[in-house]
Design a protein around this ligand. Structure first.
Ligand SMILES: [Zn+2]
Length: 306
């Protein structure tokens, strides 16, 4: 979605940690292992895709590592900045997500707290869920209620995954991770068996709900307002919606297995859902709002649409 150029961007939700080390010396760790992110990781974090990006072709990310400190974003003050700079886009998206979820949860009698921070990093960074790396893709760590994102992933979506790109595809990534924070606030994870995988597993239902929450935010985003009453975002265009659905397609487990992982589709290993399921639940959120996002009570035929 396009930001209202006059919207005021509050950068307090986002920090950037500067990566140390060089961007040049890449190492292909675990080559061939398009394998689903190790189970240890799956149990600890909620990621955007189920793949370890280190096994993918391409020149994604760097090898820099940094400590836990970060610096505030500079140069992000208006929606115009968010329309032209990805760091500012993340900050503006976080502002809108915060306003949307605060109103939605408080309006339904729930407490709401923002994410602690959205950390932009390069290479790797320390997190309360262990060392976070670019290769994990964007993820949410429940232990520190923080979203970790290397904005190089936005390019990777186009170059390696083959997505059409666009602003809403990027915003969808942030909104999906924010959706995991909402699940954390609501206690959705408790009692789930997140070591289980497969098309209708708890893991997949959790991920599809995050996609649905992203769609619900897209539905309401154009009504979210900054401190001065300016709306953050313009309603999505048809092209932007198609870009988001295209992004949802290329991060589907079956698409990744077919196109990036050697061609063998193994549904029993799925952690995030098929392309069709990810698109369907994003759309459910967009069309019905948060009320349409109960992936846990949905029948198997909806969780795994054929
Ligand atoms: Zn996720």
């Amino acid at each position: 979605m396009t930001f209202n150029p006059n919207a005021g961007i509050d950068t307090s939700h986002v920090t950037r940690r500067s990566g140390g080390g060089s961007l040049g010396g890449r190492i292909a760790i675990g080559g061939g292992g398009l394998g689903i992110v190790g189970f240890i990781v799956v149990l600890l974090i909620q990621s955007f895709t189920g793949v370890d990006l280190s096994g993918l072709a391409g020149s994604y990310g760097g090898t820099g590592s940094d400590g836990g400190s970060g610096t505030a974003l500079t140069g992000c003050t208006t929606g115009q900045d968010a329309n032209t700079n990805d760091d500012c886009l993340v900050a503006g998206t976080a502002d809108s997500l915060d306003a949307f979820w605060r109103a939605t949860l408080q309006g339904n009698g729930y407490d709401y707290r923002s994410v602690d921070t959205v950390v932009l990093f390069t290479g790797s960074t320390s997190t309360a869920c262990g060392q976070g790396t670019t290769d994990m893709g964007p993820f949410y760590c429940p232990n520190d209620q923080t979203i970790y994102l290397d904005t190089a992933f936005f390019d990777e979506l186009r170059t390696t995954f083959g997505a059409s790109g666009g602003q809403l595809a990027k915003e969808y990534v942030v909104a999906h991770e924010w959706g995991h924070h909402i699940q954390n606030l609501l206690g959705t994870m408790s009692g789930l068996d997140l070591s289980d995988t497969g098309p209708t597993s708890d893991s997949v239902r959790l991920e599809l709900q995050a996609d649905c929450y992203a769609g619900a935010w897209v539905r309401g985003a154009a009504t979210t307002k900054d401190a001065n009453g300016n709306t953050y975002l313009q309603a999505p265009t048809q092209t932007q919606l198609e870009d988001a659905l295209n992004a949802a397609m290329v991060v589907g487990d079956d698409y990744i297995e077919k196109n990036l992982g050697g061609g063998t589709v193994t549904p029993e290993q799925w952690t995030h859902g098929s392309s069709k399921a990810r698109q369907m639940w994003f759309t459910a959120g967009y069309q019905q709002g948060v009320g349409g996002c109960n992936t846990f009570s949905a029948p198997a035929s909806q969780v795994d649409p054929q």
